[in-house]
Design a protein around this ligand. Structure first.
Ligand SMILES: [Zn+2]
Length: 140
C-alpha cells in the first residue's frame, strides 16, 4: 500500500511503528501535525491530511519511574526492584508523545532531566512468538 493510501487511523499508525517509522498526520491546510494520527484537524476542522514521517528527535517534557507495572512490563521483568521509566516527549516538530524511556538509570530518577535531548527508538519484544514493536526514547 502506498503512503497516500493508508487511512488516518490508529491501526495505520501502529502498522507504521511496526515498520519502525514514527508517522504523523499533517494538516495540509494549516500545517498542524498529529501523533498519534487524527483524521480531523482539531485546529481548523480540515480532513485534508497527509502522512509525514517525524524525525523522532525531541526533549523530555515529563517522566515517571514506575515500580508497579502493567502485566506487559511485569512479563518483561520490570517491577519493584527494576523500575521502568515512562516519558512524555515534546517532538521537535511540535507534537507531544509518550513512550518508554530507555538507556537511563531508572533507579536514579534524579539523573534524568526535563529538557534532556532524546531520540525515538523502536523496542521489539517477543510475546508468544510474535514480535511487538513499541515506541521508546533514549538520550542522544
Ligand atoms: Zn488544520
Amino acid at each position: 500500500m502506498s503512503e497516500s493510501e493508508r487511512e488516518f487511523t490508529i491501526k495505520s499508525y501502529i502498522d507504521y511503528l511496526s515498520e519502525k517509522k514514527l508517522m504523523s498526520s499533517k494538516c495540509k491546510d494549516c500545517g498542524a501535525s498529529y501523533v498519534p494520527v487524527r483524521k480531523l484537524c482539531t485546529k481548523c476542522n480540515s480532513v485534508n491530511m497527509e502522512w509525514v514521517e517525524m524525525s523522532g528527535k525531541g526533549k523530555i517534557a515529563a517522566f515517571t519511574s514506575i515500580t508497579v507495572g502493567t502485566p506487559f512490563f511485569v512479563e518483561k521483568g520490570y517491577g519493584r526492584t527494576k523500575p521502568y521509566c515512562f516519558s512524555v516527549i515534546k517532538l521537535d516538530e511540535g507534537p507531544m508523545i509518550s513512550g518508554q524511556l530507555i538507556g537511563v538509570d531508572e533507579s536514579k530518577p534524579d539523573t534524568i532531566n526535563i529538557g534532556m535531548q532524546v531520540k525515538a527508538t523502536f523496542i521489539e519484544t517477543e510475546i508468544r512468538g510474535e514480535t511487538r514493536v513499541d515506541l521508546g526514547f533514549e538520550p542522544v
